[in-house]
Design a protein around this ligand. Structure first.
Ligand SMILES: Nc1ncnc2c1ncn2[C@@H]1O[C@H](COP(=O)(O)OP(=O)(O)O)[C@@H](O)[C@H]1O
Ligand SMILES: CC(=O)OP(=O)(O)O
Ligand SMILES: [Mg+2]
Length: 600
């Protein structure tokens, strides 16, 4: 499936054409200075780069030039009918549009309405959509929102301390932006560090023309610096980032119109406003190197703000595994990275100056680690790819979650090996350990709230006994004994494969404790292998509660497990549970990581 992704800014159209079966980029480019008679179209087909000046007085004219190139001689498409899906980056969808969706007239209406919160971006995004729909009327057009990744911010992060009615009635809240980029950084960091996202605390810094920082805990955005609009937070090319909110009031009272204030804060501030030189970081850096004091000051304010957010987000996350940089500045400015990180030694951040100097994420598979080898916190530079994230969402929306399998196939699932164990009912606990006895915790297990007890019981079957079997608390409605096939043979029972809690028709046995024995007439099972996951993980994998998936184990005893049941619950942490027979057969231990191998 071929997918064209369009990222339209106020004066530019960036695009990439993907073959999504392999995620190969077939062509890509940018039209700069859209709106002028001398726009510049730079493009790439395979390794070949070209450019041409084109007249593009309107968005439609710019897009037509792109499509003509794609289908012309040497282009990546035979004709436009090959293009059945187009993904559009849309910056603001408000609270109504969070998940990626097919663009309908109602969707366009909401995007237009949200322009009040994204005045620089949404009107341009909408113009791009209109032009693309006119040029490609038979394709499915999908909107992917910058705000989506921040859709589950906790209320204490997204609420401003203003009258609550402003939130309820007018949607005044933090939305957060640059979602595809922050999400891409988190996925890249997880892959690079070979650690599941559920186990990572990350601070991701997208430093481009617009800039934002995000605190990501277990793969979820828990706070981010941009707010109701993309104006809050970091210092940007032309945007002020954080200011005292009273500034607008004061300027208004001094006679500036709302439009003039908007213009001041969104287009005349930031690096440009302080330096008076340029909004482009390279120009400001050059001026600073040449002794321009205001340019130097602009960079100092820019860096200070980033450092301040990193400190704040370390506190929000309660620790940091990695700081990630991306965007034109984050990927390329050695000085910004070192200036930000130099002051963070107290957080375990120590840069390797040499690696920082030569960091080339794009030329090194997309990610480089620039931290000193033994430093506790990793510092990564990632070549962001917002368009690829958008293309993946387009596949999910147009072809369904299984078609997006390629994206998630190969993603890590930590393994937990369930050794034989018992869950006790209150009544049986009393019979085995004495009335009113409280079991005590030895160690937690991977699922929140559950733990292995110090106490144990013996299992007595018709053929044999197994001593000192672990008890997992808390107590349950019914006693349940989970054993492997090998254990069942030792005991002389014949339990079925069952999901936890489904005990009808199962065999029983006798339990022996220090204060007595209990004979149960049912409750012995072999646990059906399963994966616990949080609803967010389920969404990421494109599965739901009770889905049946395959999970792959690499290594000396390579195995693909089929019939793995997915169990989704907000209380769950990502973990695949197999019993000891299954683990031994495929060489798994509690430290192993398996990978998702698709829906069965
Ligand atoms: N080698 C470099 N050193 C420092 N800054 C750079 C370098 N290359 C690009 N930049 C800066 O990156 C910014 C643009 O980032 P980018 O992510 O491409 O922008 P956009 O947000 O428009 O997509 C500009 O300020 C530019 O000066
Ligand atoms: C949301 C936003 O600020 O985007 P950009 O960086 O493309 O301006
Ligand atoms: Mg950007």
């Amino acid at each position: 499936m071929k997918v064209l992704v369009i990222n339209v800014g106020s004066t530019s159209i960036k695009y990439q054409l993907y073959q999504m079966d392999t995620e190969e980029i077939l062509a890509g480019g940018v039209v700069e200075r859209v709106g002028s008679p001398h726009a510049l179209h730079k493009w790439r087909v395979g390794p070949t780069r070209s450019q041409a000046e084109i007249p593009a007085p309107t968005m439609r004219a710019g897009l037509d030039a792109v499509l003509a190139q794609l289908t012309g001689p040497g282009g990546a498409l035979k004709d436009l009918s090959e293009l059945r899906a187009v993904g559009h980056r849309v910056v603001h969808g408000g609270e109504k549009l969070v998940r990626p969706c097919v663009i309908t007239p109602e969707v366009k209406e909401i995007i237009a309405k949200c322009a009040q919160f994204a005045p620089i971006h949404n009107p341009a995004n909408l113009a791009g959509i209109e032009a693309a729909q006119a040029a490609l009327p038979n394709a499915t057009h999908v909107a992917v929102f910058d705000t989506a990744f921040h859709g589950e911010l906790p209320p204490h992060s997204y609420l401003y301390a203003v009258p609550y009615e402003l939130y309820l009635e007018r949607g005044v809240r933090r939305y957060g932006f640059h979602g595809p980029s922050h999400q891409f950084m988190a996925a890249s960091a997880s892959e690079f560090l070979k650690t599941d996202q559920s186990r990572l605390k990350l601070i991701t810094c997208h430093l481009g023309g617009g800039a934002s920082v995000c605190a990501i805990d277990g793969g979820r955005s828990v706070d981010t610096s941009m707010g109701m609009t993309p104006l809050e937070g970091l210092v940007m090319g032309t945007r002020s980032g954080d200011v005292d909110p009273a500034l607008s009031i004061v300027l208004g009272r001094q006679g500036l119109s709302p439009d003039a204030i908007d213009e001041t804060l969104n287009r005349k501030s930031g690096l440009l406003g302080i330096s008076g030189v340029s909004a482009d970081f390279r120009d400001v850096e050059q001026a600073a190197a040449g002794g321009n004091a205001r340019a130097r000051l602009a960079i100092e304010v820019f860096v200070h703000r980033i450092r301040k957010y990193i400190g704040a987000y370390a506190a929000v996350l309660g620790g940091v595994d990695a700081i990630v940089f991306t965007g034109g500045i984050g990927e390329n400015s050695v000085k910004v990275r070192s200036a930000v990180c130099d002051a963070l030694v107290y957080m375990g951040v120590v840069l390797d100056a040499e690696k920082n100097q030569h960091a080339d994420a794009r030329g090194s598979g997309g990610v480089v680690d620039i931290a000193a080898p033994r430093a506790p916190t990793r510092v990564l530079v990632v070549a962001t790819d917002e368009e690829r994230m958008i293309a993946r969402e387009v596949v999910r929306v147009t072809a369904g979650p299984t078609a997006a399998r390629q994206r998630v196939t190969g993603q890590a699932i930590p393994v937990g090996v369930s050794v034989r164990h018992v869950h006790l009912s209150k009544e049986h606990c009393a019979a085995l350990f004495g009335e009113g006895y409280e079991l005590t915790e030895r160690r937690a297990v991977s699922q929140p709230g559950q733990y292995v007890c110090r106490e144990s019981v013996d299992l007595i079957g018709p053929k044999g006994e197994i001593e000192r079997v672990a008890i997992i608390n808390p107590l349950r409605k019914e006693t349940q004994v989970e054993v492997s096939r090998t254990d069942a043979i030792t005991l002389g029972v014949n339990p079925p494969l069952r999901e936890s809690g489904k005990l009808e028709g199962t065999p029983g046995l006798t339990l022996r404790g220090p204060k007595g024995t209990v004979a149960i007439d049912h409750g012995v099972i072999m646990a059906h292998r399963h994966v616990h996951m949080h609803p967010d993980e389920a969404r990421r994998f494109g599965v739901e509660d009770k889905s049946i998936i395959r999970v792959r184990v690499d290594g000396e005893r390579e195995t693909i497990f089929g019939d793995v049941i997915v169990r989704v619950n907000p209380q769950y942490a990502l973990d695949m549970h197999v019993d000891t027979d299954e683990a031994n057969a495929s060489g798994l231990t509690n430290d192993s990581v398996a990978t998702f191998d698709g829906l069965q």
